[in-house]
Every structure is written in structure tokens, then in C-alpha cells.
Write a protein that binds this ligand. Structure first.
Ligand code: ASP
Ligand code: MG
Length: 412
């Protein structure tokens, strides 16, 4: 079999850990597999490099930034190769450009456009372990690019596609994907299998185990991913195409996000174009809006006033900027005043089974009501329901929902 093994920063954080990773790769090879290892930078290294760059310049040029950030992975693969050699193993390490990873030229968030694995194939044919620096590639100008935070996962999936690998293993510091955060809910359960779509929702709701783009790429090419613990032999979680087994349960995971804030414009005119103006102002500032709620009172008393409240949520980091923007322009739009609330949490249910199960929202609202938790915003998609609540109830809400939907019981 041809195997891709990706190890994250925490799995290569020290010399000893890198030795351990090398042993694991070598034992896979000794079982008769062709092994391509993808490494992240040593834990904390990318943050350290980011900090260095910002100490030198308040607004570092993205091209230079990539020259700096890409060095973290370069060190990891060199050390890994030395570890293998010290154990008498034949190995060759490659930087992104040497491994044929071609990207567009959007520094800091480059997309892989092509991967020519000729050199990797040659080395595998010579019986070597191959190790590739994650998170980096080269653009058409010959400049080094990076793929965005967590981008080594994408390197691994792109290699799995280009090399038609039989297995793509993502080794990390957790045993797999859980029904919810085990730090919040002690009976959270590791899932054996999860669909690409569920994983995408969980990742965009803040589960940090897998980088979003890598899951999208895997979904588009049907690459099955095995997320597992780097220091355990136990099977982890398979990320794969959804099947009928998964659809049998309506809800498969609960997430909590405390990184959003709500902005409300009070009493804006209820007429065409108002929502467009508000949201385009926010978008122009590069701020990504998540939930949007607008609902004027339809009662006869209010009908004549033609006013409505308009609320939306933004990432917490963009909250001060958004409030500033709305305060500056709100009156032009016709708002009476601007309110903000950064004391919120978003709790969400995810599951492909929601498509064909009724009553998920009603059980969710009941479970939250039982804990006396008030819902201030609600949004739904095909496989997700999210509620905004007061921040202090966030963890309680997760536990209440995990219990209500019996997510501790083993399923598919
Ligand atoms: N080293 C990069 C980061 O910390 C890429 C990765 O680890 O996947 O984001
Ligand atoms: Mg990662």
C-alpha cells in the first residue's frame, strides 16, 4: 500500500517526539508499505515566526512573510530525515517546491493548483521513506507560498490525490473526532466515522482538528482520511462519504463557539436596499458575517411604522471595528441606534440525518428551555441548527444537548 502520514506540530514538538514519529513511519515501511510523511512545524514555531515578523514590521509584506513562515516545516523535515538516518533507514526530505507542490500566488493563503510528484515517485521506487514539508508550495513566479494556518493537512490530502495513495492518515494529539469537546462534556464519545459534510460544519464551527480546505479537497476527490492519535495504535475517526448508517441518527455532534459578537441596528427603515447597504459596508471592511436576523413586528399597531431591527454576528476580533463602522454610518441608513453584545455563545447541532428527521429543532429548544436558557438568535441549514445564547450558559447548553440527543450512545 501507499500511505501518506501527516504529523501535526504537537507530534513533532521535541527531538524525542520526532524520533518517535520516525519510528512509526519506518515500522509502516517495514510492514511493506510505501510511506510519504508530511510534517508541520514544531509546536509553537509558526506562532514564534509570526511574532518575529511582526516585531520587525507592523504590516509584513505577505511574500516575505511566507519566506519566514515556511522555515518551520523545513526544520521539521530535516530533523525527521536525520532521525531516520540515525536509525539506519534510507530517507529523503523535500520542501514543497521540490515535492512539486504548485500553488497560486496568494501569499499566506495560497491554493494548491497542481502537484507533480515525479521526484517523490523516484525516491519511493528506490525504497526510501519520503518526507515532505507541509503548508508550503511554489507559485508560477518561483516564489515560496504558504497555504494558510493548518495547511499541512492540505499538503497531505493533495499528496494523497497526486500519488493515488491507499491511505491518508492525519496524526494529531487527540484520538479522533468527538461528538463534542471532551473538556466540556465528560461523556463525549469518539466517533468511528464522520461524513465530509459533517466534518466541514464542525471545522467551520471551530473544531480545530482538521483544516477546512483539506476536508473540502478530500471531499472533492473522495480521499478517505483517518484522523488518529500520534502516540497510540488505536483507530481514530474515518472521514468519508456519508452513508445510510450515518443518516439514521439526526444529530451527530454539538459545538460551542464563543468567538462571535452580535451587532444590532435598532429601528432601521423596513424597505428594499437597507439590508444590502448594511451588509455591504461590513463586507467591504473584509468582515465575514455569520448569522443575520431581521424581523419587523407584523402586528397591526406596528405595521404603519415600517421599522425593523437588524442584527448580525461577526467574529469577535472584528467586533470593535464593526461597531465603529455602524456607529459612523448607522444614522445615514436610518437606524435609531446601534447596540452590541460580545457576551454571546453559539451552540450548534450537526448531523446529515437532519435532512430526513423532523423534530430536531423542537427537541433542541426544549432541552435549552429546561435549563432556562434564552435563545436570542436561531439559524438553520440542511445539516445544522445554531442558537445564540448568553455566553455564561455555553457549556451548560452543550451538556444539555449532548444528553438530550443521547450522543454518548454508540452509533454508526
Ligand atoms: N505550521 C502551520 C501552522 O501552524 C501549518 C500546520 O501546522 O499545518 O499553521
Ligand atoms: Mg492542524
Amino acid at each position: 500500500m501507499r500511505v501518506i502520514q501527516k504529523y501535526g506540530g504537537s507530534s513533532v514538538a521535541t527531538i524525542d517526539l520526532i524520533r518517535g514519529v520516525a519510528k512509526r513511519a519506518i515500522s509502516a515501511k517495514n510492514e511493506g508499505h510505501e510511506v510519504v510523511v508530511v510534517l508541520s512545524a514544531m509546536k509553537g514555531e509558526t506562532d514564534r515566526l509570526l511574532h518575529l515578523a511582526h516585531s520587525m514590521h507592523p504590516d509584513p509584506e505577505p511574500r516575505e512573510m511566507d519566506n519566514i513562515l515556511s522555515t518551520g516545516e523545513q526544520v521539521s523535515i530535516g530533523l525527521f530525515a536525520l532521525a531516520c538516518q540515525a536509525m539506519g533507514e534510507k530517507v529523503k526530505s523535500f520542501l514543497g517546491f521540490q515535492a512539486g507542490v504548485k500553488t497560486d500566488d496568494i501569499h499566506g493563503r495560497a491554493r494548491v493548483t497542481d502537484l507533480d510528484p515525479a521526484r517523490i515517485r523516484t525516491e519511493l521506487a528506490k525504497g526510501r521513506v519520503v518526507c515532505v514539508a507541509g503548508f508550503q508550495g511554489v507559485d508560477r513566479h518561483g516564489d515560496i507560498t504558504t497555504l494558510g494556518r493548518g495547511g499541512s493537512d492540505t499538503t497531505a490530502v493533495a499528496l494523497a490525490i497526486a500519488l493515488k495513495a491507499d491511505l491518508c492518515e492525519i496524526f494529531t494529539d487527540v484520538d479522533g473526532i468527538y461528538t463534542t469537546d471532551p473538556h466540556i462534556c465528560s461523556n463525549a464519545r469518539k466517533m468511528d466515522r464522520i461524513s465530509y459534510e459533517e466534518m466541514l460544519e464542525l471545522a467551520s464551527l471551530g473544531a480545530k482538528v482538521m483544516e477546512i480546505r483539506s476536508v473540502e479537497l478530500a471531499m472533492n476527490y473522495g480521499v478517505q482520511i483517518h484522523v488518529r492519535h500520534a502516540h497510540s495504535q488505536a483507530t481514530g475517526t474515518l472521514i468519508l462519504k456519508e452513508d445510510s448508517e450515518m443518516e439514521k441518527t439526526p444529530v451527530r455532534g454539538v459545538t460551542l463557539s464563543v468567538n462571535e459578537a452580535r451587532v444590532t441596528l435598532l429601528k432601521v427603515p423596513d424597505q428594499p436596499g437597507v439590508a444590502a447597504r448594511i451588509i455591504s459596508l461590513v463586507a467591504k471592511a473584509g468582515i465575514v458575517v455569520d448569522m443575520i436576523i431581521q424581523n419587523r413586528s407584523f402586528s397591526a399597531d406596528h405595521a404603519s411604522t415600517k421599522l425593523t431591527d437588524f442584527s448580525f454576528t461577526v467574529p469577535l476580533t472584528d467586533y470593535p471595528k464593526t461597531i465603529e463602522l455602524m456607529e459612523a454610518t448607522g444614522h445615514e441608513i436610518g437606524a435609531e441606534s446601534v447596540l452590541g453584545d460580545d457576551n454571546i455563545a453559539k451552540v450548534s447541532l450537526v448531523g446529515v440525518g437532519m435532512r430526513n428527521h423532523a423534530g430536531v429543532a423542537s427537541l433542541m429548544f426544549q432541552a435549552l428551555a429546561k435549563e432556562n436558557i434564552n435563545l436570542s438568535m436561531i439559524s438553520t441549514s440542511e445539516i445544522k441548527i445554531s442558537c445564540v445564547i448568553e455566553k455564561k450558559y455555553g457549556e451548560l447548553a452543550v451538556r444539555a444537548l449532548h444528553d438530550a440527543f443521547e450522543l454518548d450512545k454508540p452509533i454508526a
